[in-house]
Design a protein around this ligand. Structure first.
Ligand SMILES: *[C@@H]1O[C@H](CO)[C@@H](O)[C@H](O)[C@H]1NC(C)=O
Length: 546
């Protein structure tokens, strides 16, 4: 019996000791959590996704320290709630005015970054820009000196990743000098370079060799602030990739959250992988989505199909009459389908010349100007309209697509909308050309083509379908070349930026040549058709796309 008691006591003692150890452990951890923090800054809603991904990457790498985001007035309440739901401590700050008169406009509030030196409720903070991600734990960074950063271009310090020991005296000293010290960038980075003028001579921080006493300044190696610009130069990380800690997506307008960047900058894939796994902190925000963009994407995706359907039914129930671009697309698609069903020749340019010799001849005569009078500069105007339409379509598609959608979604919508807009614009031009053809026939007192009389009766239907195959060839040719141009670097696995751009430029040249050729042919066909229909009006629907 008595033997049991001590064992019971021993057991309880063990439990107590364990509990004490645990408590001490968590207490110490909590203390560390309260003493040190990761910090980032947010000026507006555009960078929210960046901050979310950064937070996720830090948490995935493993940490018990605080994640703090300093937000200014430009950040909406929704974004603040979202970041809080993500686990950030959100602190509101007022902007520090930029004392420099000459500065890039986007630098209006960047001196605010200096406020991290005033976060005196923490012993040490690791600051990371919103366009960085942590790919491997950087907990050891908190052991480096009182001020640590990374050197970049020409011995200058980069303020994208910094370790700071906040201090009221240091901060007020900085504030005293803000107006007198020069800033080569016109922002905080330039100022800090002037403030820590001797920074380039600091020792490199080595996590495994702590220096006592703690140095004033220390340099972080490139591993802690690896610039994608560096990657783009050599198409590989010029440091040991397995040891890489922080990737910094610096390239000016190529921010990782914009969908097109993933198609240009390979390391953005790492960023997108983390983004895909973002938790649904607030409804509809999983995977870095945002409810507003989701709705816009759905509308943008289905709208062209709806237009197509409406146009299709319109063309079924309303024969001839006024033709809208979209309606004739359907009519044209339907006719093409019927033609395939009746197993006629495949659409190709040579077929057109062979089966409809009369049309071919008239086309040739038309080129030599012997038979048909084309308006002066007709070809030049057509090509110009074609390229302006293409540019407008591209710009329009680019503007209406939300910037922060996933890369594939962006590409798909871009393609869909560029083509739809181009089809509507250039289709309208062809419609104008057709009317132009009608009026010019009237005006000139144009004689019917001798040859066209031959097939006026029996040949009209055939002529119609030939014209459709022609149009199908040109339109689908443009679409296919555009797809090949866009996707060829991805399909061929080319990641080097310059090789990629070169390939796309080459594709662009091919596309441009084909568009020149196709647009002229489409326009001339439309013009000829206008003249013919004027002279031999028939109650059939007009295909103005050819
Ligand atoms: C710096 O921090 C102190 C105390 O935390 C605060 O009272 C002061 O307003 C801060 N200064 C600036 C310019 O934000």
């Amino acid at each position: 019996m008595w033997r049991r008691r001590p064992s019971g006591v021993g057991f309880w003692a063990a439990v107590l000791v364990a509990a004490a150890v645990l408590a001490a452990g968590t207490g110490a951890a909590a203390a560390a959590g309260a003493e040190e923090a990761y910090v980032t800054l947010l000026y507006g809603d555009e960078f929210v996704l960046g901050v979310r991904v950064l937070g996720k990457s830090i948490r995935d790498a493993g940490t018990r320290r605080d994640l703090v985001v300093l937000v200014s007035d430009g950040v909406s309440d929704y974004s603040r709630k979202l970041l809080e739901a993500d686990g950030f401590i959100v602190k509101h700050i007022t902007l520090l005015a930029n004392p420099n008169q000459v500065r890039p406009t986007r630098f209006w509030g960047v001196y605010t970054k200096l406020k991290i030196f005033n976060m005196t409720n923490y012993k040490k903070v690791a600051y990371l820009d919103a366009d960085t991600i942590v790919v491997k734990s950087i907990e050891d960074i908190f052991n480096c000196g009182k001020f640590c950063a990374n050197l970049k271009h020409s011995e200058r310090m980069n303020s994208g990743v910094m370790v700071v020991e906040p201090s009221e005296t240091l901060f007020s000293n900085m504030m005293d000098k803000v107006n007198s010290l020069p800033s080569y960038t016109g922002g905080d980075q330039g100022f800090l370079n002037s403030y820590y003028a001797d920074f380039a001579n600091s020792r490199v921080y080595e996590p495994n060799k702590p220096v006592m006493p703690e140095p004033e300044t220390q340099r972080l190696s490139t591993l802690y602030n690896a610039d994608v610009g560096l990657y783009m130069l050599a198409n590989k990380w010029m440091v040991d990739e397995k040891e890489l800690r922080v990737i910094h997506y610096t390239l000016g307008p190529l921010k990782p959250w914009d969908w097109w960047t993933a198609w240009l900058v390979k390391p953005v894939a790492v960023w997108q992988d983390i983004r895909k796994n973002l938790e649904e902190s607030l409804p509809g925000t999983g995977g870095g989505r945002n409810p507003h963009d989701q709705l816009v994407v759905k509308i943008l995706f289905f709208l062209p199909f709806c237009m197509l359907l409406c146009g299709y039914y319109g063309s079924c129930f309303q024969t001839n009459k006024e033709l809208l671009g979209i309606r004739s697309l359907c009519a044209f698609a339907r006719q093409a389908r019927q033609k395939y069903k009746s197993e006629e020749a495949l659409p190709s340019y040579s077929t057109v010349g062979a089966t409809s010799s009369s049309f071919g001849i008239s086309n040739q005569k038309l080129y030599s100007g012997a038979h048909l009078k084309l308006p002066s500069y007709f070809g030049a105007i057509t090509v110009l309209v074609c390229f302006i339409s293409a540019l407008i379509s591209l710009a329009f598609a680019f503007i209406i697509i939300p910037r922060q959608v996933m890369p594939w979604t962006g590409l798909l919508l871009m393609y869909e909308w560029t083509f739809v807009t181009f089809f509507l614009l250039f289709g309208s031009y062809l419609r104008v050309v057709y009317t132009w053809g009608c009026s010019s026939a009237n005006h000139v007192g144009y004689n019917n083509l001798d040859s066209s009389e031959n097939h006026a009766g029996a040949g009209s239907q055939r002529n119609m379908s030939d014209c459709d195959t022609d149009a199908a060839f040109y339109w689908s040719g443009m679409a296919i070349i555009a797809i090949i141009t866009l996707l060829s670097p991805t399909v061929l696995g080319i990641t080097a930026l310059f090789a990629k751009l070169g390939l796309m430029v080459a594709g662009g040249v091919v596309l441009a040549s084909f568009m020149t050729y196709a647009s002229e042919h489409l326009a001339i066909s439309a013009f000829v058709k206008g003249q013919r229909d004027r002279n031999a009006p028939r109650g059939r629907s007009i295909c103005f796309l050819c």
